[in-house]
Write a protein that binds this ligand. Sequence first.
Ligand SMILES: [Zn+2]
Length: 77
Amino acid sequence: MRFLLRVVGLMIAMYAALTMVRRLLLAFTPTGHVTAPSANPEHLVKDPVCGTYVPQASAIQAGDQFFCSEECRRKYK
Ligand SMILES: [Zn+2]
């Protein structure tokens, strides 16, 4: 009977340890959302004049519009 109690106690202790480890792993799991798409310089934006997609980092911005070149920016009115 004492042996059985020890086995049950060991099982409970192991279960508690496993639950703690699982909780710790969940707490340290990254969410996956590191950067917003608008903050990504490789994010492609569409030129409303010629329809070209350009990386936001190299696009010419005017207000909330992005253009592939200064020429397109001037054409857009
Ligand atoms: Zn353009």
